[in-house]
Design a protein. Sequence first.
Length: 561
Amino acid sequence: MATDTKNQLKRKSHVVTDGPDRAPARSMLRAVGLNDDDMNKPFVAIGNLASDVTPCNVHLDRLARKVKEGVRAADSVPFMFGTITISDGISMGTEGMKASLVSREVIADSIETITFGESMDGLIVVAACDKNMPGAMMAMARLNVPSLFFYGGAILPGNFRGKDVNIQDMFEAVGSHAQGKMTLDDLINMERVACPGEGACSGMFTANTMSSAIEAMGMSIPGAASIPAVDPRNEDMAIRAGHIIHDLLERDLKPRDIMTHDAFENAIMVVLSMGGSTNSVLHLLAIAHEAGVELEIDDFDRLSRVTPYLSDLRPGGRFVMSDVDRAGGVPVIMNELLKAGLLHGDAITITGKTVAENLAEFDTAPDSVVLYPASAPRSPTGGLVILKGNLAPEGAVIKVAGTKHLSHKGPARVYDGERAAFNAVNAGEVQDGDVLVIRYEGPKGGPGMQEMLAVTGAIIGRGQGDSVVLMTDGRFSGATHGPMIGHVAPEAQVGGPIGLVEDGDIITMNVENRELSVDVSDEELARRRATWSAPPPNYTHGVMAKYAKLVSSASRGAVTT
């Protein structure tokens, strides 16, 4: 019987295993399989995000069990638990999509709650979808017990008529079908092959953006971010994760020791160099908030001006994450940034080594097809830009990777909500040169800041990707590309200027000048503001209403704490 153990690795769990008064707790632990020896070992929580609601997560139980095996082999005691996931790709374009960003907070809260409540000494989270990944990182930052993140890997591309396809192509195919450019039979036949199995969406969309960012931050196993979901190397990495967490416990190396300001800058630079998702701005700001790191939206733009764009990845390019893996993985990009004097090579990581020490173990070079050298980048500046002006005093985000439409001036066509805008695009009501404004879809207004892939896919599918600009206080899927401006802040629901725009107002977007403005005088905007009032909330009870009451601006990561 374990009493008053001196095992220094049980910094938290000793409170449930040590002493005569803990006999009832030990009795319950024996019922789940623990023995006398186990009572003296560190307890490691394994957050298993497996679920059947999305291919991103359907396979995670297999990997989580391998992580559990690794933890046990490393002389620790694993405790597996589950939490929720929302599938953005399935809920896109429905009212349910509003729950997606909300789920990030629920996931973070649930991981924090069980790890704290059960006095776990360490934490590993196995995840592979847009919101459970940042949610996991937020929980790790809050808990600050030795932790690591394990990515379940990306899906392989499908093949339609000899061409690689993925979920991005499906959303754009809907627009093509609506335009009469694709038959219904072709749409259905593509649907059958676009997602061939398990794994997160294949391009440099949000999941792969976050896996790359987390590796760059030093919170996941070096070289693991790009391994496809079906690759057996993942199971080897999962076993290794159990040994790494034991080493972290011995070192007492915690997330806030690793997730420093330098680590966040490393993550941002990798995202910028790989043409990553606009959602990374939202998520990295939120993770930094939980870690107590002072990160601002302007930091993304500052780094974008000096970070080279080094990849040719979808949605704006040609290749997907499995191609990155064949080209050497995220360490190739990190090595190029390090050689260019940009990456913080002395930042510590979960291996106990610095970023530079980890990278020295990878003998890879850019192939100049999928991944490019910093000496010959695809562009000298990064893939994301922050715009400001009288329409976005707190900022807005645009992905410039893969688009040449960097300036625009045109009349506003205003819609209060995503569905109305989608119907208008499909009906041909949005004309070349228009600026499509979708508002009241922000963190509070939606609530939940739903993604606009259905709309952006329809615009691209109709052939208007180079002639129509979209701006919204909502956000976009990582699969979105083209001149699409999201996260406009302050949002309409709280009286932001986007809520004052009227049909026909002339809006200017200029990437070089970092400008997003409306050609309306301050006096006229003040007049409109005096007559404006917030619409009633869409939800008055339940999780959506609770979220709307607590959530902050997108410019601060849309956090609720």
